[in-house]
Structure formats: C-alpha cells, structure tokens
Design a binder for this molecule. Structure first.
Ligand SMILES: Nc1nc2c(ncn2[C@@H]2O[C@H](COP(=O)(O)OP(=O)(O)OP(=O)(O)O)[C@@H](O)[C@H]2O)c(=O)[nH]1
Ligand SMILES: [Mg+2]
Length: 248
C-alpha cells in the first residue's frame, strides 16, 4: 500500500458516560483531523448533551448515537462500517488514516503527529500504541501482559499492548479486517490486532506513549471475554479467508 500521497485523517471516538472529559478531548482532537466521528451509545450521564453542545462550529465532526448501550466494540463496528461503506463509494481512500482515541483523556494527543509520521515513513497498515502502564496497579499490568502474550500466540508475532485503544489504521486493511470480526464488549481491540496480523498486514505495537491519567472501568469479566475472543478471531481468519477472498 502506498503511503506517499497525503492521506485523510479521520478520528473515531467512542464515548460512554464521559461527560466530564469528552468535550475537552474533542476540542483538542478536532484541529488535528479532517474528520471526527464520535459514537455515544446510550450514555446516562449527560455525555450526549456535552457532545451536542460542543458540535456547533465544528463542521468536520459528526455524532453517531444509539439510545441503548451496546458496548465499545459495537460503537467501533458502527463507525468502521460507515467508513468502509464510504470507501466502497470512493468517498474515502484505502490509504486514509483512521485514528481511534478514547473520550476519557487517557490518550496523549501530543503523540498524534509522531504516529502519523511513523505510519507514512514506515508504510504501516496499523500502529497500535503501546501505552506506558507504569502508573497502573500491578494487577492491571499483569492482566495486560497476559492478554497480550495470549494474543501474540494466536497472532503469530509479539504484541506488546493488545488492549490499547489508541491506534492508527489504514482504512483499506481495517475494512478488510472488519470482514472477520465484530467484537463484544471490549474485545474489538484484541480481535482487530489478531486479525490484521493473521492477514499479514504490517503492524507495530511497540511505540510507547505516556498515559496522562489512570482510570479503569474494565473488569476481570472483560479480560476473560478478550481471552476467549482471541482464538476465535484467529480461527475465523483460518477458516474463512479463502471463502471471503475475491476470486482472482
Ligand atoms: N460508545 C461506547 N463507548 C464506550 C463503551 N464503553 C467504553 N467506551 C469508551 O471506550 C473508551 C475506552 O473505554 P475505557 O472504559 O476507558 O477502557 P480502557 O481505557 O480501554 O481500559 P481500562 O483502563 O481498563 O478501563 C472510552 O472512550 C469509553 O468512553 C460503550 O459501551 N460504548
Ligand atoms: Mg480508558
């Protein structure tokens, strides 16, 4: 895939009950991108209102909103499917860059330009930021190490922080990967990583970025779901790859 032409920058921000932080994150992110897609699904704390108050005057941003909460993976699936459909209509290009950024302020936007430059200079298909988890409690770090090690086994290569939601994808590979996973709860991050690796895309997961603040809402159950989702994602690529590949 060529990385030489100037790609569009699109950010996808999933937001669930992030009223205190979401507007500040969007305000900071908006000047960095050509397009901003926010997905609020069924927040109960005023997140929707905070986004709607922020939207006027930010014409490159749009909101996808669900009335019932469907989980982070469903939010990404909706946004990525929308982008994939626009790729199919030639409104976007396979080389365009899709950034994913959390709405809680945990993703250091200082790194944004550096991540873009790495994608282009190294002609990467995906860059999953490795978060500096040194401020996290030991059990979170251990859990992250275990899930990443398990994912590495199934991906066929070492992944350092497979649970990271701070990522950059080329739209073409992302649209391709989307044919092999949907995600449940938080599993989107681990599934897309394993699928992209199994499909042979060029991916990095070793670029370390600081996390400005610690906050955690994920549980042991979420980690268990991810552990189960990883081999299933790899198996889907093995069993369905031939079936979904266009005939040559
Ligand atoms: N649209 C949507 N977004 C969600 C949902 N759950 C979480 N998010 C968002 O997804 C992003 C990541 O969620 P977090 O709960 O911070 O998870 P994390 O940072 O990956 O992991 P922890 O640090 O362990 O909590 C944040 O922007 C959340 O607002 C959801 O059900 N729907
Ligand atoms: Mg977070």
């Amino acid at each position: 895939m060529s990385g030489t032409e100037s790609p569009k920058r699109i950010a996808v921000v999933p937001a669930y009950n992030e009223a205190p932080t979401v507007a500040a994150v969007l305000e900071r992110l908006h000047p960095l991108v050509d397009e901003l897609v926010i997905v609020d699904d069924g927040s109960t704390d005023g997140t929707r209102g905070a986004i709607e108050d922020w939207l006027p005057g930010h014409d490159r941003a749009r909101l996808l909103a669900f009335d019932q909460n469907r989980g982070m993976s469903a939010a990404y699936y909706a946004a990525f499917t929308d982008l994939t459909n626009r790729l199919g209509r030639d409104e976007l290009s396979a080389g365009d860059l899709v950034f994913t950024v959390d709405a809680d302020g945990q993703h250091e936007l200082e790194a944004f330009e550096r991540l873009h430059a790495m994608m282009v200079a190294q002609d990467l298909d995906a860059l999953l930021v490795r978060r500096d988890l040194s401020t996290y409690p030991w059990h979170k770090r251990l859990g992250n190490w275990l899930v990443s090690a398990w994912a590495s086994l199934w991906a066929g290569r070492r992944l350092q922080d497979v649970e990271s939601g701070y990522r950059v994808f080329r739209l073409g590979p992302l649209a391709d990967a989307l044919r092999y996973y949907r995600g449940y709860k938080y599993s989107e991050t681990v599934e897309v990583a394993v699928v992209l690796c199994r499909l042979g895309y060029r991916l990095r997961n070793d670029e370390l970025v600081a996390v400005p603040l610690y906050r955690s809402r994920t549980s042991l159950t979420d980690a268990a779901i991810d552990l189960g989702a990883i081999p299933l994602a790899a198996a889907r690529v093995w069993t369905r790859r031939r079936a979904v590949q266009p005939a040559t």
